[in-house]
Design a protein around this ligand. Structure first.
Ligand code: HEM
Length: 413
């Protein structure tokens, strides 16, 4: 990971590193910048380049709603700094096809429209009981083996992975292979070569899946896309790219919300007790955990297409901009007592799912997964508690998505 991380767009380490005893709070150095600097300010990236940090909620929304901020990360300036091997991968048209999270209109618009047509209310409703069943199966397995489990490997990672299988229509016989391949992609100790290998294998898997849906459509998003009525039908490379995007955008995020969210609730006994006493609070609790944990802690990255002025500060053209969800979600101008996790508060504004044309496509699904996940864990594992010292829970603070590497828990038999 060291080698992969170094090549990626990165914040300075001190703006991601969590300080001892504050696993849920922004890094002290980031808090200091947000408190003392302007809401839009220059920072020095790890490679020495200047980037721009946006720390305010209103300013973050303004950036994400403004078409002068592009989602294309790899401009000539950034490409120049990559090793030839990585540059070739980044520019490979097959690998880029369908990855609309990194595209601007009109390309983005076309894909987003096709996808929105598939993420229907009907389909999300149909998925709900399946998600509840997947949650229940994993808790059954934990109870059968326990008490005692690593919540990350036995619950938080497999549950969203299987939900994506439902979404894409991966057959039961292929699910072990799917989970194995995605686990390798996310593994922390992988070398760059292993990551490339894993992603090539996953593409091959997705390619076979696309071919199968062409021949034999079933009731899932991938089949829907294959057979969507459109002037320019999607190519196999585009469909593979879309399937990969759904997997990558939907898996690691939801997994880390489930695990870090459980850790936070266990560390805030008053909040846990409130939620246990009134399970109907779960909807608001999920929203508050999204705000408070802000797991997309690298921030939402954009590149300026021209000089842009935001709240009196001019960001030059071709600059990398980080909208820091971590601190924007705790902006005292829009949230009272923002550093407090309060599962009973009326829904507070947040940027956990982004804003504007790229706002998370899977947010309803993610909410259903978290609601089912937390409800299942708290409802079925009495006395759920950490099985290690909280200081020993390994934090994922150098990864783009924040969370925990493992979460040993136990419960009353
Ligand atoms: C976009 C967060 C779950 C699919 C985004 C963005 C954020 C985000 C911040 C905006 C990125 C940007 O503006 O550049 C999250 C969080 C999740 C979650 C915190 C879990 C708690 C999911 C799930 C799926 C999904 C479950 C699908 C299965 C997507 C897709 C995009 C996206 C496809 C790109 C949308 C576009 O570019 O138009 N997500 N996400 N996400 N998310 Fe999620």
């Amino acid at each position: 990971t060291e080698s992969t991380n170094r090549e990626r767009i990165q914040l300075p380490a001190e703006l991601m590193h969590r300080d001892a005893g504050r696993p849920f709070d922004p890094p002290v150095a980031l808090d200091r910048l947000a408190d003392t600097g302007p809401a839009v300010q220059p920072i020095t990236q790890r490679d020495g380049d200047t980037a721009w940090l946006v720390t305010g909620y209103a300013e973050g929304r303004a950036v994400l709603a403004d078409p002068r901020f592009s989602s294309e990360r790899f401009t000539a300036r950034v490409l120049d700094k990559l090793s030839p091997e990585i540059r070739a991968r980044v520019l490979d048209p097959d690998a880029r096809a369908g990855s609309f999270i990194f595209m601007d209109p009109p390309d983005h618009t076309r894909y987003r429209r096709l996808l929105t047509g598939q993420f229907t209310v009907r389909r999300m409703r149909q998925l709900e009981p399946r998600i509840e069943a997947i949650v229940a199966e994993h808790i059954d397995a934990m109870i059968a083996k326990g008490p005692g489990a690593d919540l990350v490997t036995e619950f938080a990672l497999p549950v969203p992975s299987l939900v994506i299988c439902e979404l894409l229509g991966v057959e039961y016989a292929d699910r072990d292979e799917f989970q194995d391949r995605t686990a390798k992609l996310l593994a922390l100790d992988s070398t760059l070569e292993e990551v490339f290998d894993a992603s090539d294998n996953l593409r091959k898997f997705m390619h076979r899946l696309v071919e199968r849906k062409r021949a034999q459509p079933t009731d899932d998003i991938l089949s829907g896309l294959v057979h969507a009525e459109t002037d320019t039908p999607l190519t196999d490379a585009e469909l593979v790219g879309i399937a990969n995007l759904l997997l990558i955008a939907g898996h690691e995020t939801t997994a880390n919300m489930l695990a870090l969210g459980t850790f936070a609730l266990l560390e805030k006994p008053d909040q846990l007790a409130a939620l246990r006493a009134d399970p109907a609070l779960i909807g608001g609790a999920v929203e508050e955990l999204l705000r408070y944990l802000a797991i997309v802690h690298l921030g939402i990255v954009r590149t300026t297409l021209e000089d842009v002025e935001i709240s009196g500060v001019t960001i030059p053209a071709d600059s990398t901009v980080f909208v820091s969800v971590t601190v924007a979600n705790r902006d005292g101008r829009v949230v009272d007592d923002p550093d407090r996790l309060d599962v009973t508060r009326p829904r507070a504004p947040h940027l956990a799912f982004g804003h504007g044309i790229h706002q998370c496509l899977g947010q309803q699904l993610a909410r259903v997964e978290m609601t089912a996940g937390f409800t299942g864990l708290l409802g079925r594992l009495p006395g759920l508690r950490l099985d290690v010292d909280p200081a020993d829970v390994p934090l994922r603070d150098d990864m783009a998505i924040y969370g925990v590497h493992s979460l040993p828990v136990t419960w009353d038999a």
